[in-house]
Design a protein around this ligand. Structure first.
Ligand SMILES: [Zn+2]
Length: 173
């Protein structure tokens, strides 16, 4: 396993739709392992492949919150939302590609998602609470959409300018 470099917004790769995964092979299995390691190391609760510059429709997540809880790593390949609740919920969202910036985003409170697992099998499951927000946030990444795209233009521009400044500072070292 290896840590992958997480792209920081703004980056054209974060704005592009990713390609469906046609088959689970060794490259995909290795990428899933690396993405989980990178997510836990960050630390974060979700990571989509485009965030590590791999334009595949796959994501990893683990929204178990308690420090002593058993990790529940999930790998979702070609995930699709098949149902969303009318009830909505608001979470203060953040993103590993937009470090230290948080904003409230409203989304369906519950979703049903269908995906392919690393074993090639199709699974369908309902998510609620933080898991529902997280899976929708990560699926957005696969369509080139960021949580700041839900914010008012002024707030979005403010965050983008902060990230441009952060990237300049990172480039200088
Ligand atoms: Zn994100």
């Amino acid at each position: 396993m290896a840590l992958r470099k997480i792209l920081i917004h703004p980056d054209p790769r974060l704005k592009k739709a990713a390609d469906p995964v046609s088959a689970v092979n060794d490259d995909i299995r290795r990428l899933a392992d690396d993405m989980l390691e990178t997510m836990y190391d960050a630390p974060g609760i979700g990571l989509a492949a485009p965030q590590v510059a791999m334009m595949h429709r796959m994501l990893v997540m683990d929204c178990t919150k308690e420090d002593d809880a058993t990790p529940a790593p999930m790998v979702l390949i070609n995930p699709q939302i098949t149902w969303s609740s009318e009830e909505r919920s608001v979470y203060d969202e953040g993103c590993l590609s937009i470090p230290e910036q948080y904003a409230e985003v409203e989304r369906p409170a519950e979703v049903e998602v269908e995906w392919m697992g690393l074993d090639g099998q199709t699974t369908r499951e309902r998510f609620d609470g933080l898991w529902a927000t997280c899976v929708q946030h990560e699926i957005d990444h696969l369509d080139g959409k960021l949580f700041i795209d839900y914010l008012k233009p002024l707030k979005r521009q403010m965050i983008t300018r902060k990230m441009q400044k952060l990237k300049r500072e990172m480039a200088r070292g």
